[in-house]
Design a protein around this ligand. Structure first.
Ligand SMILES: [Zn+2]
Length: 301
């Protein structure tokens, strides 16, 4: 009995689904189930999804009652055996369509027995420093700023509701997307490198001070903070997959000011312009960022 009810409900919801889905692709309706985020619509198909691959790059997604199938380009290598749980279609602000597929992949048990601890200092400039001395800089995005500002200005001059405004909006959104993708690619590349090449057991990062950042009204600082926040989010899930523990320090841990050799706290280093300093107590010459990264690693001992 219970099954029957469920199956009827299912049938009905599939019918609704079919209608909304068709509208979705015909662009006739305001997007179904759309989140309140402006201009970005998502739509999830919860079950009975099939994926057929023509080759490694192209294939078709079949969802209930949408027999023609939807041609897709695959962005990632897929696992050999999988069961599809659901698929979410998304229309981006730049009018591109994406399908994210959630798959059930058989569990591969990883046991990480490494004791190695890696500290990561997130720089005031767009550079991260690892406690092993490696430094990585984010691609310089400054060259995009001028055009970005111009596109913002162009949009603000267009009349609300006009076609030109919509064109302008898409142009701007595409440009922002491009810049964000450069950043995102870099973050993915570096976080992958960190978790896969160092045989790490634990990673320590600073606890980013959200409230402090929100109080800061300077846009460039906010964007900077946002990048590191994204970095930590991505690092966290990649670390988890490798059974690496990610530790965030106490918010007040002064990783930059402590000498990693003798533990002396040098408040003068608060000044962000000081890149190198000699410890007044033990005489060690400290590189600001490497010293901070080592202190972060020591935090987890
Ligand atoms: Zn010292």
């Amino acid at each position: 009995m219970c099954n029957k009810v469920n199956s009827q409900t299912l049938q009905q919801s599939l019918k609704d689904l079919e209608r909304t889905f068709k509208n979705f692709f015909k662009k006739q309706a305001k997007y179904p189930n759309s989140k309140k985020k402006k201009n970005r619509q998502t739509f999830r198909v919860p079950q009975h999804i099939q994926l057929y691959m023509n080759n490694i790059k192209y294939g078709y997604i079949f969802v209930p009652k949408f027999k023609e199938g939807i041609k897709v380009r695959i962005h990632r290598t897929l696992p050999d055996t999988f069961k599809i749980k659901n698929v979410t279609f998304e229309k981006t602000t730049t009018n591109k369509y994406y399908a994210s597929i959630v798959m059930e992949v058989p569990d591969v048990q990883i046991t990480n027995t490494s004791n190695y601890i890696l500290g990561i200092d997130l720089g005031v400039k767009d550079t991260i420093t690892l406690s092993n001395g490696e430094k990585y800089s984010m691609p310089n995005l400054k060259k995009y700023e001028k055009r970005l500002k111009r596109l913002y200005r162009q949009l603000s001059k267009k009349q609300k509701g006009s076609k030109n405004r919509e064109k302008s909006r898409i142009k701007l959104a595409k440009y922002i997307e491009k810049i964000n993708n450069i950043k995102k690619d870099w973050i993915h590349k570096i976080t992958h490198k960190i978790v896969s090449e160092n045989q790490v057991g634990k990673i320590v990062v600073e606890n980013l001070n959200i409230k402090g950042m929100l109080k800061n009204k300077k846009l460039s600082k906010y964007i900077h903070w946002q990048s590191w926040n994204k970095f930590i989010t991505i690092l966290e899930y990649k670390a988890k997959r490798q059974e690496i523990e990610l530790i965030k320090t106490d918010r007040f841990y002064a990783s930059s000011q402590i000498c990693h050799i003798c533990g002396h706290k040098n408040e003068k280093v608060k000044n962000l312009n000081i890149r190198k300093w000699v410890c007044p107590k033990c005489g060690t010459e400290n590189d600001r960022d490497i010293n901070a990264a080592i202190n972060l690693a020591n935090y987890a001992f």
